[in-house]
Design a protein around this ligand. Structure first.
Ligand code: F6P
Length: 531
């Protein structure tokens, strides 16, 4: 790969600036739909398992062409190929980034023999636990944090209807004892399997919770720690030191936030079984192939990634709200926060040069319709424009058809309302039952008007199942890669979490000694009150 220019050094970047000034800033979605009856089909895409409607976004054909030219100039294709080939693109840690190898069929990807050996072993273990469910374990407790928690936790909730009915899954992540205490309460040691999940096996929170779990196990008459504690880690030695006999390994080329597909997925595999887990991998693999082979103009991760760049760097939007209209996807926003913000929340490019442009947006959200009755007010009438990403699932896994129709109608209505808005004149013609009868009608109409032209994307799945979930997550992974590659940053390190860890270790002994010498006055004052 020849040295690619950084995005702000390209011809396309300058062209995009001009295009934004001339057209992008003022593009009105209502007008765009009126002008182009084919806008929906022109700006929608079918990728494996995921249909995407991108037409309610504030872009036009010229924007999209220039964004794809930007991607070309930044050598996105070569960067993607380097990712998939296992080149050490995580330069600050000297590592390859090969989560895609974890979902490649046997013999098809890098490190295939290693990957499939662990996968087979972990799935065989999962099947054994499932087979014994009636008379063996009833409760599985995953202790891990960040990437060793968010993925399996999110996916287990999403795939609840596929989970073994005789096994309860628990997740403990926070070093706050209020997390583990209620989980342990009511568990029977002889019926409980603890999975200690940590890539490094050094993370303070996980190690502390694992120690509490082991103490509890022994104190409550638990015998045979080796049977009741298994490890998932790249640091098999540390797991053995902790006293864990059975470990499922993975490798330094699997980033924590990309590790759901590795042995970190063990609790999920226990819950949904080997077939379900392989189906999850299959869905992700289908999206990998789409990302690797589809032309940029038909490539969904590419389209979403460059749209993110357009919003962040040209429109100046600082956040994106994710609104899954499926209760099972309640943890998806939290999962995506780590995926996107830990990956792309960077301030220097790969060469260490400070960036003169913005990177990761704030990603946040709640399932619909709950969010509608909370923060959607701000999305509709607030002073900031926040692009919203709706995720809808056509077929529910419950039998309440009427509820599902209402849910879907709400989803479509929200993206419609964001786009259409309502003028003050329109509002003035209405009689709102709760509106003041005495307030000036023109003033009231302004309060009740909506600016509209607020952008959204809608992603549709036919059904939420292991395969479609795998494809959806892989779509997000690749989209984050695309915007990171265009920005010229390292999306695969996370140095930003180190300083807080180090300072925490320095503060810990001061909670014993009470020594505040050398601390800033605020930290000293707070410590004195908390000690
Ligand atoms: O502190 C951030 C982080 O390193 C994440 O990137 C990672 O997913 C998480 O901590 C947990 O790390 P580990 O799996 O090594 O315990």
């Amino acid at each position: 790969m020849t040295k690619a220019p950084r995005c702000d050094e390209t011809v396309a970047w300058t062209a995009l600036r001009g295009h934004h000034e001339a057209h992008g800033r003022t593009l009105d979605l209502r007008q765009a739909f009126a002008d182009d009856p084919a806008r929906f089909s022109r700006f929608s895409l079918q990728a494996p398992e995921v249909f995407a409607d991108l037409s309610k976004n504030r872009w036009d054909e010229v924007t999209r062409r220039l964004l794809l030219e930007l991607a070309e100039e930044c050598q996105l294709g070569a960067r993607r190929d380097a990712l998939l080939a296992g080149e050490p693109i995580n330069t600050t840690e000297g590592r390859a980034v090969l989560h895609t190898a974890l979902r490649a069929p046997r013999g098809a990807g890098p490190f295939s023999a290693d990957v499939h050996e662990v996968l087979d072993a972990m799935l065989a273990f999962a099947e054994r636990i499932r087979a014994e469910a009636g008379h063996g374990f009833t409760d599985i407790v995953n202790i891990g944090i960040g990437g060793s928690d968010l993925g399996p936790r999110m996916a287990a909730l999403a795939l609840q209807s596929f989970c073994h009915p005789g096994l309860r899954l628990h997740f403990v992540s926070n070093v706050d004892g209020h997390d583990i205490t209620p989980v342990l309460h009511g568990l029977k040691p002889e019926r409980t399997l603890f999975i200690i999940a940590s890539k490094t096996f050094t993370t303070q929170e996980t190690m502390a919770n694992a120690a509490v779990a082991r103490e509890w196990f022994v104190a409550h008459g638990g015998r045979d720690t080796a049977r009741h504690f298994v490890g998932v880690t790249t640091n098999v030695e540390a797991a053995a030191k902790f006293g864990i006999a059975e470990t499922f390994g993975f490798w330094d080329w699997v980033g924590g936030r990309y590790s759901l597909w590795s042995a970190i997925g063990l609790p999920l595999a226990i819950a949904i079984g080997a077939e379900g887990f392989r189906s999850l991998l299959g869905g992700a693999r289908a999206m990998d192939e789409h990302f690797a082979t589809a032309a940029f103009a038909q490539n969904l991760p590419v389209q979403l990634g460059v749209l993110d760049v357009w919003y962040r760097n040209f429109h100046g939007f600082t956040s994106r709200s994710v609104a899954p209209y499926h209760q099972g996807l309640a943890r998806l926003p939290a999962y995506l926060q780590q995926l996107e913000m830990e990956s792309n929340g960077k301030g220097v490019d790969v060469e260490g040069r400070p960036l003169p442009f913005g990177t990761s947006p704030v990603v946040w959200g709640e399932p619909g319709t709950n969010g509608q009755h909370a923060y959607f007010q701000m999305l509709h009438q607030g002073t900031d424009v926040v692009p919203v990403e709706f995720i809808a699932v056509r077929t529910p896994s419950h039998g309440h058809a009427d509820l599902h129709t209402k849910l879907l109608a709400n989803c479509l209505a929200q993206s419609q309302a964001l786009m259409l808005g309502k003028t003050a004149d329109e509002a003035a013609t209405e009689q709102a039952p709760t509106a003041s009868k005495t307030l000036d009608r023109a003033v009231l109409a302004r309060h009740r008007s909506f600016p509209g032209n607020r952008p959204s994307t809608t992603l549709l799945l036919q059904a939420l199942n292991p395969r479609s979930l795998g494809a959806l997550i892989a779509l997000y992974e690749h989209r984050v890669f695309v915007s990171g590659a265009v920005w010229g940053i390292n999306s695969f390190d996370q140095w930003g979490v180190e300083l807080g860890k180090a300072l925490c270790n320095q503060l810990l002994p001061r909670f014993q000694s009470g020594d505040t010498a050398g601390l800033d006055a605020s930290t000293a004052g707070l410590l004195a009150r908390l000690k």
